[in-house]
Write a protein that binds this ligand. Structure first.
Ligand SMILES: NC(=O)CC[C@H](NC[C@@]1(O)OC[C@@H](O)[C@@H](O)[C@@H]1O)C(=O)O
Length: 267
């Protein structure tokens, strides 16, 4: 009966599956990867006009999943604050959303190798008078709950009044309506919102010590290994570079993810 239930895909709750011979990656449903992602972090992960998930992280993950032998990849939008817990408790097989790898987060989930290192950016309206981090003193600063931006702001922007939002869209609406003075988000997403709403950048904080990785539940070594192998292949054959140029045109290209032959020998 259990086999029939498993085959029918309605094998009861979505408790995370443990790896087995016919499901080596321990997927909720063998042959399908269920991904928790975000709809409003363009160009990393976002939903296009037809509601399909796309962006750098989405396309890179689908390429890596293909190399791991899985082409049925289903994306679902989540609030960032609940995303890692949803992966840890087996509601999703993986989290893909420019998620920085940190020791704190490794208490909840495991991560693939890093695949993108960049900046955290404060954006604001043109006439806000906020031109750098010090300009945030006494101001209302938006952060998305659970992000590195929140953790960084709590520690470093102690004179700003933090306002927590579930996602970037609500935070940007608050900037545009004047209910917060600035928002703190990822560099490339900030660029998109600057173009869309005529906002300006006030500060770029490097986050190279927390490169983005694919978040998976712990104790899935075969899944983690397959993702890392696929990532390494995608970097070595230039797929990573092609996607980076497609989604982040004009941005400085971090060297560590390029084909070995294109990496200038480190000093
Ligand atoms: N999608 C989100 O809102 C994630 C926000 C935030 N991203 C940080 C980050 O992973 O973004 C991609 C790269 O720039 C990484 O260096 C950076 O730590 C975080 O992990 O908390």
């Amino acid at each position: 009966l259990a086999a029939l239930l498993a085959l029918s895909g309605c094998g009861g709750s979505s408790a995370s599956s443990s790896p087995s011979a016919d499901n080596p990656y321990g997927l909720i449903e063998s042959g399908t990867i269920r991904v928790a992602s975000l709809g409003d972090s363009k160009p990393y992960t976002f939903t296009d006009a037809s509601g399909n998930f796309t962006g750098f992280d989405v396309e890179l993950f689908k390429d890596v999943a293909h190399r791991a032998g899985v082409d049925n990849v289903v994306f679902t939008g989540q609030d960032f604050s609940g995303l890692l817990a949803a992966v840890a408790n087996g509601q999703f097989d993986v989290g893909v959303a420019a998620i920085g790898i940190t020791d704190k987060r490794k208490e909840t989930v495991d991560f693939s190798d890093g695949y993108l290192a960049g900046y955290l950016t404060v954006i604001t309206t043109k006439n806000s008078g906020i031109n750098d981090a010090d300009g945030l003193n006494g101001k209302r600063l938006g952060v998305v709950q659970g992000t590195l931006q929140e953790a960084y702001a709590v520690k470093n922007f102690t004179s700003a009044q933090l306002v927590r939002f579930p996602d970037n869209n609500t935070a940007i609406s608050a900037v545009n309506s004047g209910s917060v003075d600035a928002h703190f988000l990822d560099y490339e997403a900030a660029k998109e919102y600057q173009e869309q709403f005529g906002l300006v950048s006030a500060a770029d904080i490097p986050s190279f010590d927390a490169p983005a990785g694919f978040a998976i539940a712990k104790d899935k070594p075969a899944f983690k290994e397959a993702l890392n192998k696929g990532l390494a292949e995608a970097m070595e054959d230039g797929t990573w570079k092609k996607l980076y140029e497609k989604w982040f045109p004009g941005s400085p290209m971090p060297e560590q993810y390029l084909p070995k032959a294109e990496q200038t020998s480190s000093p």
